[in-house]
Design a protein around this ligand. Structure first.
Ligand code: FSA
Length: 432
């Protein structure tokens, strides 16, 4: 039944209805595939998806021109009528603060020069900002002192209304005939294989928590940070890491003043967005190297997401409070609300993995968002479709890696990776 080369009537099973899963479903359905099923433990937007958030950064300046080109493609899509309801091109301020480590300053220099060097950024998209006065000229709503802040403003960027964009993608999939199975009926617990063909195990689908068998000619695993629970052998290249998210509730009057504020990302503190237009919530996140949850199972030593995402580490709450104090002290008296940790699937070099699982047929994996996947929602499915239709992944950096390769020292991150079980949570000694 399973063949490496799909035809339009072959059954395609996509496990995971997050960013990569929905984008894949959309692209294969738009291309005329007629038999597509998406499984998830929860309806879209699934709380297990890192994309289930009010907003996510959309920017294209990477230090690596490979991803700059892809993100520019994605921005073009975000600007089309299909996606534009969910894109807010507010611009993006990237800075460091007074005591930022040299690493944070260096990454800003590199990403700033990537904008200048790339012909596809509209001219006049960016301006250097050397101090708080420069920043306030462009962002007058920021009342803080922002001592020692410098960096640049990129006008060809903004953010996506993340959860809403996921809901819309699912709606368009449904219109194209994609089936969704959610809850225990959609919670994949085992990959099913049949006897070997040409020395490879043939994947025939998955079993779900309710005991159902979902058979398919092509199974695509898109489980984000949770991928290691279903496919333990990927854990040597994918590490689940989490970052803290919190919110400030603004009144309608306060939100009106902050409206239109570019995304502010201070590399050594954290980032925040303009208030959400429906709720008046400002989302903030702390910048750090991320928290793992290392566990040893019978099959592997792996970092996997915790069962609950509630609350944030105290040290991140402090960073977020410093960010508020320095940029918008008018809100310093407000309590942080809706605090949670968001799990990403990190790879050593921050490259995605989009490949056939070695030693198998009919089984493809799309993983390793590395915390920079959401902006690619409109285009990622195109890459997955290509990998599905090719016998092998021709883009080397997206291939399955048998050994841990690349460095854990991601240039845009500051600080040290810590295990979530070893840090203090606000009000709790530790997370577990
Ligand atoms: O692509 C982007 O600019 C989003 S990065 C957001 C972030 O919180 C990172 O700052 C962090 O280092 C991690 O990768 C998770 O995502």
């Amino acid at each position: 039944m399973a063949s490496t080369l799909p035809t339009k009537d072959h059954s395609i099973l996509i496990v995971g209805a997050g960013v990569f899963g929905l984008s894949t479903a959309l692209h294969v359905a738009q291309d005329g595939y007629t038999n597509i099923t998406v499984l998830d433990r929860e309806p879209v937007p699934s709380p297990y998806s890192a994309g289930n958030d009010i907003n996510k950064i959309v920017r294209a300046e990477y230090e690596d021109p490979f991803y700059t080109a892809l993100a520019l493609d994605a921005i073009k899509e975000w600007e089309t009528p299909f996606w534009s309801n969910f894109y807010r091109p507010t611009g993006y301020l990237l800075t460091t603060s007074l005591n930022a480590p040299q690493k944070a300053r260096d990454t800003i220099k590199k990403s700033f020069s990537s904008i200048g060097d790339h012909p596809s950024f509209p001219s006049g998209s960016f301006s250097a900002v050397d101090n708080a006065n420069d920043i306030k000229r462009y962002l007058p709503m920021l009342e803080g002192q922002m001592d020692g802040w410098s960096g640049y403003l990129n006008r060809y960027a903004g953010y996506a209304r993340a959860a809403k964009a996921l809901e819309y993608a699912a709606k368009r999939c449904l219109e194209l005939g994609v089936r969704f199975v959610t809850g225990d009926d959609g919670y994949a617990v085992e990959i099913l294989f049949e006897s070997a063909d040409k020395g490879k195990k043939v994947c025939v689908g998955v079993k779900t928590a309710n005991g159902d068998i979902h058979k398919a000619a092509h199974t695509i695993l898109a489980l984000g940070a949770h991928i290691g629970t279903l496919l333990p052998e990927i854990s040597q290249q994918v590490t689940a890491k989490s970052w803290a998210v919190a919110h400030l509730q603004l009144s309608p009057e306060e939100a009106a003043v902050m409206k239109g504020c570019p995304v502010v990302n201070c590399r050594d503190l954290g980032f925040f967005f303009e208030p959400d237009e429906d709720t008046g919530l400002i989302k903030l996140s702390a910048n750090g190297a991320g928290y793992t949850n290392n566990i040893t199972t019978s099959e592997a030593q792996a970092s996997l997401p915790t069962a609950s995402n509630d609350g944030i580490p105290t040290e991140d709450e402090d960073l977020i409070k410093r960010l508020i104090q320095q940029a918008m002290p008018q809100f310093s008296g407000k309590e942080l609300v809706k605090k949670f940790i968001c799990w990403c699937a990190d790879t050593p070099g921050s490259d995605y993995i989009i490949d056939h699982v070695p030693g198998t047929m009919g089984l493809l994996v799309v993983a390793g968002d590395s915390g920079h996947g959401f902006k690619m929602l409109p285009v990622a499915g195109k890459w997955v479709k290509k990998a599905l239709e090719d016998d092998e992944q021709i883009i080397e950096r997206w291939r399955w890696k048998d050994k841990k390769s690349g460095s854990d020292n991601i240039s845009w991150r500051v600080g040290k990776v810590k295990d979530i079980k070893e840090v203090e949570f606000s009000g709790l000694k530790s997370r577990i």
